[in-house]
Design a protein around this ligand. Structure first.
Ligand SMILES: *Cc1c(COP(=O)(O)O)cnc(C)c1O
Length: 337
């Protein structure tokens, strides 16, 4: 049995999810006629108290569309230097939107209101105009860290004072939410746009939704078309997403419990110098006396897959297809290394 903890995107649809997909009523979504896609967009928008949603093939696309909406030539985005939008979207901020980026630092991949305030460019001929702040929750490269609503409020206030748009890369937003239980509508009220992935911990094969105002989502639909993301009978995929929202949100807690136990197992290993605090489903271990490549090879021999995550770190992500039996087996197997 292979224990694959490289990512929470590796999950396969469950039997019940497949049954829901099979039963979907579909139409051509580019014509706006897929009832299941429309239902998904309305359902998620309603949950966050936002006006509208747009179903897209990937979280990269929902983020990149949002950046396009909130920037133009000679403008700048503020984000953390470890942001997915900057590190892992193929340089899309530049190639899709021709925008400049200001990268901030901060513990666990989070940025502070003061640092944001200090990074807003002056109204000066030399500087690109700051128009957008983008946050990530949970923060992947920060070890699955969580922003609380109280941390967002002062950031929102700065954005309002300075006429900036605020975007949330909520690829793993529900992982944060099951921990805090904060009001989704309060979260919706903080952001101009929110991107939510269905294909991570929620276990869908494909899909992300961008949430925003009617006006923004109308424009987003046009950008999605230009990006090649207009899909036809996408209701089969949207049905998986609706199923996941109804059945796979609360269980994310189980992934977090297993991640904490996995982190504790790793912390006892002689070749692990440190395990980052486990806040959600991501476990990052710093190695000592062994390189990530060597460690990954030793794990692979034991039937465990993980990924390199920085020069002396490896990452494990728990998910729907990783159960208690596998967790126990993980504990036994790493003792062999
Ligand atoms: C996975 C992920 C995305 C989107 O990735 P896709 O693979 O394009 O769906 C965006 N942001 C974060 C933080 C992610 O982890």
């Amino acid at each position: 049995m292979i224990i694959d903890l490289r990512s929470d995107t590796l999950t396969k649809p469950t039997e019940s999810m497949l049954a829901a997909m099979w039963a979907a009523e579909v139409g051509d979504d580019v014509f706006g006629e897929d009832p299941t896609v429309n239902a998904l967009e309305q359902k998620l928008a309603g949950m966050f108290g936002m006006e509208a949603g747009l179903f897209c093939p990937s979280g990269t696309m929902t983020n990149q569309i949002a950046i396009r909406l909130h920037t133009s030539l000679q403008t700048e985005v503020i984000c953390h230097k470890y942001s997915h939008i900057y590190l892992y979207e193929g340089g899309g901020i530049m190639s899709n939107s021709h925008a400049s980026v200001k990268l901030l630092d901060g513990p666990y991949g989070k940025i502070s209101p003061q640092d944001i305030l200090d990074s807003i460019n002056p109204d000066d001929v030399h500087a690109p105009e700051t128009t957008l702040v983008s946050l990530e929750n949970t923060m992947n490269k920060g070890g699955g860290s969580i922003y609380t609503l109280e941390e967002i409020k002062p950031i929102k206030a700065i954005c309002e004072q300075h006429g900036l748009k605020l975007h949330l890369d909520g690829a793993r937003f529900f992982n944060a939410w099951v921990e805090t239980g904060e009001s989704l509508k309060d979260w919706g009220a903080m952001f101009n746009t929110i991107s939510v992935c269905l294909s991570k911990g929620l276990g869908c094969p494909v899909g992300s939704v961008l949430l925003g105002s009617m006006t923004d989502i109308k424009r987003a639909r046009k950008v999605r078309k230009a990006f090649g993301g207009g899909m036809r009978q996408a209701g089969f995929l949207a049905a998986a997403a609706i199923y996941a929202l109804d059945n796979h949100v609360d269980r994310l807690k189980e992934d977090h419990d297993r991640a904490r136990r996995l982190g504790a197992m790793l912390a006892d290993h002689p070749m692990v110098s440190e395990v980052f605090p486990v806040m959600t489903n991501i476990v990052i271990a710093r190695l000592i006396g062994i390189t990530p490549a060597e460690m990954l090879q030793k794990l692979e021999i034991q039937g465990i897959k993980a990924v390199k995550f920085g020069k002396d770190q490896i990452r494990f992500v728990t998910h729907l297809d990783f159960d208690d039996e596998m967790l126990e087996s993980f504990g036994e197997r790493i003792k062999e290394i």
